[in-house]
Design a protein around this ligand. Structure first.
Ligand SMILES: [Zn+2]
Length: 216
């Protein structure tokens, strides 16, 4: 719940700190590729002892959670990181195929079966059609991959800018004015480049995602 609160607060900050000239491109009204970057970045803060110790206190004794307890909690959340990543990749590919030029003679269940067997270590169960209840395939319409893309960018920003000192005022101000202030008024790639001081290549993005699964 704390992680979720931080996540949603990332979206809130994106809107509150927006200073765009036009209201229709303010805050979260930006490219879907970038929309989850500020929120996913906040999840890194939610999993950091230096941040959590500022607010997670016992309501009577005012004691903070012990550092090793927080470390264990964070480690347990990462237990199936590689499998979760694989599932996200599988969903993204399925979403691309459903909205791309898929062979029309095949049913969505046949396509699902082929893609799941190829990209997930949990094989398709014949006769099942869970994709019919997976609303993201409709709501996101070929943009499901943006979760992974946003995670890769957020991971790069966290590791390069905040990991050494998440409470740095200078970095926070830079993040505010280089990234959050512009909403959808500027190309997301330009915002990221200004923050990181370099362009992110596809290899950089893949490496950032791989690092996520290797950390624990
Ligand atoms: Zn979100």
């Amino acid at each position: 719940m704390v992680e979720n609160l931080f996540h949603e607060f990332g979206h809130a900050m994106h809107s509150m700190l927006a200073r765009t000239r036009y209201q229709h491109v303010t805050g979260t009204r930006c490219a879907t590729d970038f929309a989850e970057v500020p929120s996913i970045l906040m999840e890194y803060f939610a999993n950091d002892y230096r941040v959590l110790s500022q607010l997670a206190r016992h309501h009577k004794t005012n004691q903070t959670l012990p550092e090793d307890m927080i470390a264990q909690l964070c480690a347990s959340k990462k237990q199936f990181a590689a499998f979760e990543m694989q599932t996200q990749v599988f969903y993204s590919i399925l979403d691309q195929i459903f909205h791309g030029e898929h062979p029309l003679k095949k049913s969505t269940m046949e396509i699902l079966s082929e893609v799941q067997n190829q990209f997930s270590c949990i094989k398709y169960v014949p006769g099942t059609a869970w994709h019919l209840r997976f609303g993201h395939l409709v709501g996101y319409g070929a943009k499901y991959y943006s979760y992974l893309l946003s995670r890769a960018v957020a991971s790069s920003v966290w590791h390069q800018c905040f990991a050494a000192d998440p409470l740095s005022r200078d970095t926070g101000e830079r993040y505010r004015w280089d990234m959050l202030a512009h909403g959808g008024g500027r190309e997301p790639a330009v915002l990221v480049e200004n923050m990181l001081g370099k362009k992110l290549s596809t290899e950089d993005l893949v490496d950032a995602l791989l690092a996520e699964t290797m950390e624990h």
